[in-house]
Design a protein around this ligand. Structure first.
Ligand SMILES: NC(=O)c1ncn([C@@H]2O[C@H](COP(=O)(O)O)[C@@H](O)[C@H]2O)c1NC=O
Length: 520
């Protein structure tokens, strides 16, 4: 039989007091004596529970606005003392064991979300709480530590079964160290200043969802939420459809990030395998969708759609004409929902707002023995756009160039994006040569035109964006041959002069952005 241990004395010190009273009542009904800190003790007392103030145990008042309340040998000795090993020391110093610690920390994460100033952040750094959590978690042989209110019920189940098992205590200890690690990491990141990378970093998330599998069925997987709680797919409300898979989450995230950059207009992004395969602005979401779909209707089948505005019935009518895996938008009209409901396999998600791209923070990429860290790619241009050809782009070309470059930033490198009238008309992604990306984008545009029965490819009279400079004139000439009239690229190649001369010979207008956007 599994040995169970019934706690006799518990210390409760919680910032989040949700569920505290019924939980404490049950503890008391199991004969557990309650100790508590100021605010928690007050709440318990007001509910009619018998509770001893920690200051009685320490013989010391809570001082410095709560900065020091539980930091005392009577508390830490009570949590750390080993049964059998430390009995004499405890007796000598009059320390009574504490068998159960229930703590949730000062709401530092909330202060970050609310944009608290430095003083506000500092005052919500919990010191005594993590110290007690770590002490108790070390002593899981005897002590149970609860750091999440969601574990109140499982603990009470244990007590009803006669007490906690070692397995339960050890599991809670593991949860507790994960909690303090997450808390301290966020504090460290918030205090970091300057452009130099932090000495230590990483990411600690809290499990949001166990996924059926990872990218492939033989890979186990889960999704984790970090403390940022940024608007996005992990915080979206799902209205219908099966659970999101790993690939759905990854693709939807890519779609939302690009949609966020276009959020000032009605726009639609269609993503497949984390690459956009059709992006367009329009008079409405329905219009934008139809224009985005034209770019590559074959790839769009089974795609992920992100819209920048509410989806109405008209848009839903268009979207439901082909099979789509996920639709995400900042709202969906009721009559549109009715249409989507007929497509049982479509996952429909809403988010209150699209995230502000400037708020994105770090990117971590695991590699053997560690990981790479970089800031998010939040900017678009390095400064003013520079016209480098004899001919300057027209106003319409300029608008399309900006749009195409924004899309190219979100296409896996090498990225070539053709656009016309605020819609992509050819996208070449992920090739090892820029020339191949250019050719693939033009060919896809030809295919799309043929599917529509048009005599010429959609790229005729378009503009073209390249995520990095054209190292040779060949990629640029391929774009000109395909029918592009203007080019946007970062510039900076050793052969810029040759590329500019080729552009002039072909009658192209070309602008340099001064900023590259590799994406791998
Ligand atoms: N300073 C201390 O010794 C200390 N001991 C516990 N706390 C925190 O005080 C909070 C509870 O305070 P109260 O019971 O007064 O509402 C908990 O979040 C707990 O983690 C402390 N506060 C901050 O460090």
């Amino acid at each position: 039989m599994t040995a169970r241990f019934m706690p006799r004395r518990a210390l409760l010190s919680v910032s989040d007091k949700n569920g505290l009273i019924p939980f404490a009542e049950k503890l008391a009904s199991h004969g557990v004596t309650l100790l508590s800190t100021g605010g928690t003790a007050k709440a318990l007392r007001e509910a009619g529970l018998e509770v001893t103030d920690v200051s009685k145990v320490t013989g010391f008042p809570e001082i410095m606005d709560g900065r020091v309340k539980t930091l005392h040998p009577s508390v830490h000795g009570g949590l750390l003392g080993r049964e059998g090993t430390d009995d004499a020391a405890m007796e000598e110093h009059g320390i009574a064991p504490i068998d159960l610690l229930v703590v949730n920390l000062y709401p530092f994460e909330e202060s970050v979300r609310k944009g608290a100033d430095e003083a506000g952040l500092v005052e919500t750094i919990d010191i005594g709480g993590p110290a007690m959590i770590r002490a108790s978690a070390k002593n899981f042989e005897r002590v149970t530590v609860i750091t999440d209110p969601e574990d109140y019920a499982p603990l009470l189940d244990e007590l009803s079964a006669g007490g906690t098992t070692k397995a339960f205590r050890k599991q809670q200890s593991s949860i507790a160290y994960g909690r303090t690690a997450q808390y301290d990491l966020l504090i460290s990141q918030q205090l970091h200043e300057g452009d130099a990378p932090p000495r230590r970093t990483g990411t600690v998330g809290r499990i949001a969802q166990t996924l059926r599998y990872g990218e492939n069925p033989h890979q186990s997987s889960a999704a984790y939420r970090t403390a940022e709680e940024r608007a996005g797919v992990l915080n979206a409300e799902q209205h219908q459809g099966k659970e999101l898979s790993y690939n759905n989450l990854n693709d939807t995230d890519a779609a939302v990030e690009l949609a966020a950059e276009l959020r000032d207009e009605a726009a639609v992004v269609i993503v497949k395998h984390a690459n956009p395969c059709g992006v367009a602005q329009g008079q409405s979401i329905a219009d934008a969708y139809k224009r985005a779909l034209r770019c590559d209707p074959v790839s769009a089948f089974g795609g992920i759609i992100a819209a920048t505005q509410r989806i109405d019935r008209q848009a839903a009518e268009e979207i439901t004409k082909i099979f789509t895996e996920v639709v995400i938008a900042p709202g969906v009209d009721e009559d549109a929902k009715e249409l989507f409901a007929k497509k049982k396999n479509l996952r429909l998600l809403t988010i209150p707002e699209l995230p502000d791209p400037a708020q994105l923070r770090q990117i971590l990429k695991p590699i053997a023995g560690g990981f790479l860290h970089q800031d998010h790619d939040t900017a678009l241009f390095g400064g003013e756009l520079k016209t480098v050809t004899k001919r300057a782009p027209s106003e319409q070309e300029l608008a399309d160039l900006r749009f195409a470059f924004t899309v190219a930033k979100h296409v896996k490198s090498n990225a070539i994006v053709y656009a016309k009238d605020g819609a992509t008309v050819g996208i070449g992604a992920g090739q090892m040569s820029r020339l191949d990306s250019s050719r693939i984008a033009a060919r896809k545009s030809q295919d799309a035109a043929e599917a529509e029965g048009l005599s010429e490819a959609l790229v005729k009279g378009s503009v073209v964006a390249s995520d990095a400079f054209f190292p040779f004139a060949d990629g640029l000439l391929a774009a000109a041959d395909a029918g592009a009239t203007a080019v946007i690229q970062p510039g900076g190649s050793m052969r810029d002069d040759e590329v500019i001369a080729a552009a002039d010979d072909a009658g192209l207008a070309m602008v340099f952005t001064g900023m590259r956007h590799f994406r791998h």
